[in-house]
Design a protein around this ligand. Structure first.
Ligand code: GLY
Length: 364
C-alpha cells in the first residue's frame, strides 16, 4: 500500500482511531492493490467505478472545457446510462422480475449540500438527469415510482421502452428457468442464444447475485466536491425494490471541504450501514481515502456477522460492496470487500483504470 501523507501509523496513533485500530484486519497492509493517485491540489480529479472508463473521459473533457463539475459528472454517467451494452445502468439495464426496467439515481452537490434522487423510475434512459431536476426544480430530495415518472413527464422526458431485445431474451431465459412448478417452459435452444450465453458467462456463475451500478465523483480544480450514482439495480428484483444508489448517505455522499464517495455492489448491505457517509466521516476524521474506504467495508463485514445467510463457511460476506472516494485534497481511492475489483481515475494527465484495495482474497 502506498503511504498516504498521513500514514497509517500516524492515524492509528490518534485518539480518534485508537479504538478503531483493533477492528482492522491483521494484515491490512497486504490488502491494497493499487498505488494511490498523487494529490492534485491544482487540478480536477474524477473517480468512478470500473464501468466508468468512457464516463470519466467525457467528464474529463467537460471539466477541461470549464463546465460545472456536477454537469460534467452527469454528462459522464449519461454515457453508461445510454449504452445498451451496460446491462447494469439506464437503457438496456436488466429488468425487474416482471420484465420492467426500474431505474434509481441520485446526485449530490457538496457546495450547497443539496441533493436530488429518483427511484423505481420507468421509461427514462437517463435517470441522473431527472435526479438533477429534482434537486434544481423542487424543494424536495427524493421522488419515487409513479410520482417520479409524472415529474419526468412534466419536464419533457418521453416514456420510452428501456428493455432491449437483448435484455428481453435474458429476462425470458431467467423467467423460464425459475421454476418447474409454473407455466413457463425453457426451450433447449434458449441458452444457445449468443446474448444469453454472453450474459451467463459474465454474470451467471460468480460468487454473488449480480447488481451493477455506476458512481462518479468529481473534485473540481476549485476544490468543489460532487457525486452521482445511477443504476438499474439488482437483476430481476422484486418490483419496487430500491437499493443504496439513490439514497443520500448510502449510495453517495459529497461535502465540500471533506470529500465525495459512492458505492456499487449489494445495496442492502450499504443501506443499513450508510456506507458513503461513513467513508466521508472517516475522511473528516483524518483518514486517507483508501483507509476510509477499507474501514467502511470493515464495518459492513462486521455487521454481516449478524445475519448467518450472508456469511460463507469462513464467516466472510457472500456478496460484494465497492467504495470510490476522493478527498478535498484530490486524493482518490477505490476499495472492495473482495479482491479483483477495479476503479477508474481521471485527472489532467488522462484517465486510467486501477486495482481496488480489498478486505478478502477471492480464492483464499
Ligand atoms: N448498488 C446497487 C443496488 O444495490 O441496487
Amino acid at each position: 500500500m502506498t503511504d498516504s501523507p498521513l500514514s497509517r501509523r500516524q492515524l492509528l496513533g490518534t485518539a480518534a482511531f485508537a479504538g478503531a485500530a483493533a477492528l482492522l484486519p491483521r494484515d491490512l497492509a497486504g490488502q491494497a492493490a493499487a498505488p494511490a493517485p498523487a494529490p492534485a491540489a491544482n487540478g480536477f480529479v474524477i473517480v468512478t467505478s470500473a464501468n466508468g472508463l468512457e464516463a470519466a473521459k467525457v467528464a474529463r473533457q467537460a471539466l477541461i472545457q470549464g463546465k460545472d463539475p456536477l454537469d460534467a459528472a452527469i454528462a459522464g454517467v449519461n454515457v453508461a446510462e445510454l449504452d445498451p451494452d451496460d446491462v447494469t445502468v439506464g437503457y438496456g439495464g436488466i429488468p425487474n422480475e416482471e420484465g420492467v426496467v426500474e431505474l434509481d439515481a441520485a446526485v449530490m452537490d457538496g457546495r450547497t449540500m443539496r441533493a436530488g434522487a429518483v427511484a423505481a423510475l420507468t421509461g427514462v434512459k437517463t435517470p441522473s438527469r431527472v435526479a438533477r431536476l429534482v434537486m434544481d426544480r423542487t424543494d424536495r430530495v427524493f421522488l419515487v415510482g409513479a410520482g417520479a415518472r409524472r415529474f419526468a413527464t412534466a419536464h419533457g422526458f418521453p416514456d420510452e421502452d428501456l428493455l432491449t431485445e437483448k435484455t428481453r431474451k435474458i429476462w425470458l431465459h431467467w423467467k423460464n428457468r425459475l421454476s418447474d412448478l409454473d407455466d413457463w417452459i425453457e426451450a433447449a435452444r434458449d441458452a444457445e442464444d449468443p446474448d444469453v450465453k454472453r450474459f451467463l458467462e459474465k454474470y451467471g456463475k460468480g460468487l454473488f447475485r449480480p447488481q451493477g451500478t455506476i458512481h462518479l465523483s468529481v473534485r473540481s480544480a476549485k476544490g468543489d466536491l460532487v457525486g452521482v450514482t445511477t443504476t438499474s439495480g439488482l437483476f430481476f428484483k422484486i418490483p419496487g425494490r430500491v437499493g443504496d444508489s439513490p439514497v443520500v448517505g448510502a449510495g453517495l455522499y459529497s461535502e465540500n471541504g471533506v470529500g465525495s464517495a459512492g458505492s456499487t455492489g449489494r445495496g442492502e448491505a450499504n443501506l443499513v450501514t450508510c456506507g458513503s457517509h461513513t467513508v466521508v466521516e472517516y475522511l473528516r476524521n483524518g483518514l486517507a481515502p483508501e483507509e476510509a474506504c477499507l474501514r467502511a467495508l470493515k464495518r459492513i463485514a462486521e455487521k454481516t456477522h449478524l445475519v448467518p445467510r450472508h456469511r460463507d463457511d469462513k464467516g466472510r460476506p457472500t456478496f460484494n460492496v465497492n467504495f470510490y472516494c476522493v478527498d478535498a485534497a484530490g486524493r482518490a481511492a477505490g476499495a472492495a470487500l473482495w479482491s479483483g475489483g477495479k476503479y477508474v481515475v481521471g485527472d489532467t494527465d488522462g484517465v486510467r483504470t486501477l486495482e481496488s484495495a480489498w478486505l478478502y482474497r477471492k480464492d483464499a
